[in-house]
Design a protein around this ligand. Structure first.
Ligand code: NAI
Length: 401
């Protein structure tokens, strides 16, 4: 077809998406990271990219991207732009593409994490009203490159995946187009609003919450551990209270937003326990409590805390993406929303206050979202939003009913 797609990034996910789409569409890989585009071009040379799909009938996909570049002006011909890159890099792509993008461009972000639509709108400026943002709750595949720039493997494909479209009027066209690109699986399930995707983000609760529960000032003596503690299956009563506190505070934000915007539906922004029940059905032997869902979840067998050091002498890796990504582009959004709505979030506050020191950012000062590094986070305050009215406008939340 004539559809022109840009795939952004250069890691596992971006390579897989490039390989997958190049077969049927004019696909250009774009990376703004250092000299990554040039390196990728050199690595591939005149050869084709080889994608292996584990467990599929046709398990080898051989294709050639139409280009690999760091030139943002390719956005002028793009019908669809897919971001398959860690969330801290999203802003740079939005900003560099903005001057070139044509009206109606569909921008799909997988995963969007939290507040991706707000960042997008603010970077697009005047153009935001003509652009379509599609936030995915996660990446559709578990995947790894096997030979950088040349070969990659899809280890597993999700059956279904939630995605929300901003503005809602573009829903049918955007989801139809993206489903066409992805193929039959995963089946895209429409979520009513990107605010729901943002406040659903389970990683923003689970990762910082479990890190705080184990390594925070209330529970850790600062001494090395002989073994790496189990991450999910090692959740204890104290950590459970932290997780429940955080998830309840987010629920309160949801209910207040729903009151404020008639017709707004945040059903997908469920509690963490509900998320486990929905996503890991049949894999847990005790679902009576949140702790039970995590401790008895087979999918988590063997998963430990990120640590540095060696057996007998492990220290936590407090700069791992569980804090370095999930706090700035997850939890900070939720905290920022709560502050805009004047709602107290004592549990989230203590987690952010501890985590910001671990990752070397100044986010909260004296309990307020006023730190100098706010613009590096997804807190709406980072793009100057401090009132509900400003947020509702930038999020394009159209009151219904
Ligand atoms: P990755 O770690 O392979 O991505 C690396 C890429 O990020 C680099 O190639 C570069 O393009 C970009 N990058 C790295 N450092 C940068 C910097 N300082 N400035 C600008 N760009 C930089 O990540 P991967 O595996 O491709 O995943 C992408 C997203 O999907 C992540 O958010 C990840 O958590 C998520 N995800 C990945 C899964 C997988 O199976 N690979 C599964 C589920 C979610």
């Amino acid at each position: 077809t004539d559809t022109c797609v840009l795939v952004c990034g250069g890691g596992n996910a971006a390579q897989v998406v490039t390989g997958l789409l190049s077969v049927r569409y004019k696909t250009i890989a774009v990376s703004f990271f250092a000299d990554e585009a040039e390196k990728w071009k050199t690595a591939l040379g005149n050869d084709s990219f080889e994608l292996t799909v584990e467990g599929a009938a046709v398990n080898k996909i051989v294709s050639k991207p139409a280009g690999i570049t760091n030139d943002p002006s390719v956005a002028k011909d793009a019908d669809v732009i897919i971001l398959a890159v860690p969330s801290f890099a999203h802003g740079e792509y939005f900003e560099k593409f903005a001057p070139y993008m044509k009206p109606g461009t569909i921008v799909g972000v997988m995963p969007a994490r939290s507040g991706g639509d707000i960042l997008f709108s603010s970077k697009m400026g005047e153009k935001a009203k003509d652009m379509v943002f599609v936030g995915f709750e996660t990446l559709p595949w578990a995947c790894r490159f096997s030979e950088w720039g040349r070969k990659a493997t899809i280890l597993g494909t999700k059956n279904t995946i939630l995605a929300a479209v901003t503005p809602p009027s573009a829903k049918a066209k955007a989801l139809g187009t993206l489903q066409g690109l992805l193929g039959v699986y995963p089946f895209i399930v429409e979520s009513p609003t990107n605010l729901g995707i943002s406040l659903r983000n389970p990683g923003m609760i689970v990762h910082p919450g479990v890190m705080y529960g184990r390594w925070g000032p209330e529970s850790w003596d600062g001494k090395a551990k002989a073994e790496k503690p189990l991450f999910y299956q090692g959740v204890d009563d104290f950590t459970e209270t932290v997780l429940l506190g955080m998830t309840d505070e987010v629920q309160a934000v949801c209910r207040k937003m729903e009151k404020m915007v008639p017709g707004l539906c945040l059903k997908d922004a469920c509690t963490l326990k509900q998320w486990y029940l929905d996503c890991y059905d049949g894999q847990m032997t005790d679902t009576s409590t949140l702790k039970g869902c995590m401790n008895t979840n087979k999918a988590y067998d063997g998963l430990t805390h990120p640590c540095k050091g060696e057996a007998g002498n492990y220290m936590p890796d407090l700069n791992y993406r569980y804090l370095a990504e999930d706090v700035p582009t997850g939890l900070c959004f939720a905290k920022g929303m709560a502050e805009i709505l004047s709602m107290p979030t004592p549990t989230i506050d203590k987690v952010i206050t501890w985590a910001q020191g671990c990752i070397g950012l100044e986010i909260m000062v004296d309990g307020k979202m006023t730190g100098k590094d706010l613009a590096k986070t997804r807190a709406p305050q980072g793009v100057g939003i401090t009132t509900p009215a400003e947020f509702i406008k930038l999020a394009k939340l159209e009151p219904k009913g």
